[in-house]
Design a binder for this molecule. Structure first.
Ligand code: NAD
Length: 354
């Protein structure tokens, strides 16, 4: 492995391990950024990296992101991430997944894994046959924590949008508030349904035309073309599809006083948080508002391994704290003039003792 500690994304990570298993062909990197609040927790990505340096960068950057996200969600977990380096055909086999499970187990709980891009629930079930340090497993019954994180993520974003509307527009409900939603999949679709119940006016957009037409008709909402949604004149723009959409051009097109949505890594570059603030747009930091899913998945893990409460009400109770955290960020941003994304990063760093 190259000298990972010379990478710009290296941030005093506590552990960076290369895993290689000749028999199965597994090559993986496991990174733990911080275990200050608990074991390094974060998903495993199965991805083809033409340049292996990008795999190291992903493991470093994403594990730090998980430290911040778990800390801001008040979870007793640190930040970790694993990447499995796929070949060009993305061939995955059972021995590879088993070897990965053994590598996680060998760390003795320093790292707790879960699904991420390219890894299925079935893969995690196979990992769970080799180690108990795994979350995101299927659960039985609708009243249990865990299972599909999408609806829980949507619930947190719904609460976060209401908090943003209260903070920026001084309105206690979303009746008649116009929200433009980019992406109507698991998260965006869930947010749309919750807002529609409260009487919000919705404009929906998705590259999957059938999906957006069906949802618009179900909720009596407008549909907009994918290349038009960021310019819709509205009260809230809610990105729930792609990352890096808030770049110079995207921010210039926005015609909304609030950006609040679930997509990961919305800011193309760090300075775009300040750019939003300069335009007077209130931003809900993505990793704070979209933590509902990780809260549910973590509650499932702690219930299985530590005997913590694992009913859905505990998850709901914790998700209901997301607006309070956002309000704290916005108040500090208002009083210091520092953009909300930077305030959130600083709060997270303090929580993990950095
Ligand atoms: P999903 O695949 O269910 O939905 C994404 C939707 O976005 C799809 O319908 C897709 O067609 C649409 N889309 C893609 N490109 C688009 C574009 N250019 N314009 C409009 N629509 C577009 O995924 P999801 O689980 O709903 O996740 C959405 C986002 O939220 C992702 O960025 C994801 O990383 C993030 N996120 C998800 C969760 C979760 O619990 N699922 C948790 C945290 C963050």
């Amino acid at each position: 492995m190259t000298a990972f500690w010379t990478e710009p994304d290296y941030d005093d990570h506590e552990l960076v391990q290369l895993v290689h298993d000749r028999k199965s062909g597994l090559t993986a990197i496991i990174a733990v950024h911080s275990s200050h609040l608990g074991p390094g927790a974060g998903g495993t990505r199965f991805w083809h990296y033409p340049d292996p340096k990008d795999a190291i960068r992903d493991a470093l950057r994403l594990s730090r992101g998980m430290s911040y996200k778990n800390a801001m969600a008040d979870l007793p977990m640190g930040g970790g991430k694993a990447v499995i380096l796929a070949d060009g055909d993305r061939t995955k086999n059972a021995d590879m997944i088993a070897a990965f499970g053994d590598a996680v187990d060998a760390l003795g709980g320093k790292y707790v894994t879960a699904e991420d891009v390219g890894i299925t629930e079935a893969d995690m079930v196979a990992v769970a046959e080799r180690t108990k340090y795994v979350s995101g497993l299927p659960v039985e019954g609708e009243e249990a924590a865990g299972g599909d994180p999408g609806p829980f993520t949507a619930m947190g974003i719904y609460h976060g949008i209401k908090a943003a509307v209260r903070h920026k527009l001084g309105k206690d409900d979303v009746d008649g508030v116009h929200v433009a939603i980019q992406g109507t999949g698991s998260v965006g679709g869930g947010v749309a349904r919750l807002l529609a119940k409260d009487g919000a006016k919705l404009t929906l957009s998705d590259i999957n035309e059938d999906r957006v037409v069906a949802l618009a008709s179900e909720l009596d909402a407008e549909a907009a073309a994918p290349d038009a949604i960021m310019g819709v004149s509205c009260d809230v723009f809610s990105p729930n599809a792609l990352g890096a959409i808030l770049d110079d051009e995207g921010i210039a097109r926005l015609d909304a006083p609030i950006v609040a949505g679930g997509a990961n890594n919305q800011l193309a570059r760090t300075h775009h948080g300040a750019r939003l603030a300069e335009r007077g747009i209130l931003y809900a930091p993505d990793y704070v508002i979209n933590a509902g899913g990780i809260i549910s998945v973590t509650m499932e893990y702690l219930c299985r391994t530590e005997g913590n409460p694992c009913d859905i009400n505990e998850v709901r109770k914790r998700i209901a704290h997301i607006p309070g955290r956002l309000e704290q960020i916005w108040q500090e941003s208002d009083s210091t003039g520092i953009s909300p994304d930077m305030v959130a990063d600083r709060m997270a760093q303090k929580l993990i003792g950095r």
